[in-house]
Write a protein that binds this ligand. Structure first.
Ligand SMILES: Cc1cc2nc3c(=O)[nH]c(=O)nc-3n(C[C@H](O)[C@H](O)[C@H](O)COP(=O)(O)O)c2cc1C
Length: 168
């Protein structure tokens, strides 16, 4: 497996923790971890395997660092790239816009030609609406550490074992 570039944004540290757990599950030596607050957007293009992690803030909005980072994708050709997404949100307090930032990032990655892997079932969540649901599944791993933190380690290990074989 080629080295994975894992890029995340995080306001209060939850996505950062999840990113570290995902990297540990994949094997630290297989992953280059970037907080997008400090990363050169162009560095993303040096990877064929890319993981993007994002919390949703505001009301269905991107977190601040993602607001700055995502517009760079308009210059990127992501064809030939394998991309997996994970999102953090709060299904109780933001039930109408649960994980919408992951949906926003998914749309941009698809628009730029990336192949997205790692869809995830919606069964163990209760929410009203999410732009991160496509064809009945989340477009990536859905984490809610505000309400279901006890499920996070198992969700990460299951999701990672699912994507591992599909990485290049
Ligand atoms: C002010 C505020 C707004 C939020 N807005 C949303 C939202 O629109 N949708 C959602 O699913 N979660 C929302 N959340 C929940 C966060 O995404 C969640 O707490 C996440 O774990 C934060 O990750 P971070 O620490 O990496 O920034 C919001 C939380 C706060 C405090």
């Amino acid at each position: 497996m080629k080295t994975i570039g894992l890029f995340y944004g995080s306001e209060t540290g939850n996505t950062e923790n999840a990113a570290s757990m995902i990297a540990a599950e994949l094997g630290e030596s297989n992953v280059d971890l970037y907080n997008i607050a400090d990363a050169d957007p162009q560095s993303l293009l040096s990877y064929e395997n890319i993981i993007l992690g994002a919390p949703t803030w505001g009301f269905g909005e991107l977190q601040g660092d993602w607001e700055d980072f995502l517009p760079n994708f308009d210059q990127f050709d992501l064809s030939g790239k394998t991309v997996a997404l994970f999102g953090l949100g709060d299904q109780e307090n933001y039930s109408d816009v649960f994980l919408d930032a992951m949906g926003t990032i998914y749309s941009k990655v698809k628009e730029r030609g990336g192949q997205v892997i790692g869809a995830w079932p919606t069964d163990s969540y209760e929410f009203t609406a999410s732009t991160a649901v496509v064809d009945g599944n989340f477009v990536g791993l859905a984490l809610d550490v505000d309400n279901q933190d006890d499920l996070t380690p198992d969700r990460i290990s299951q999701w990672v074992s699912g994507i591992r074989a599909q990485l290049q």
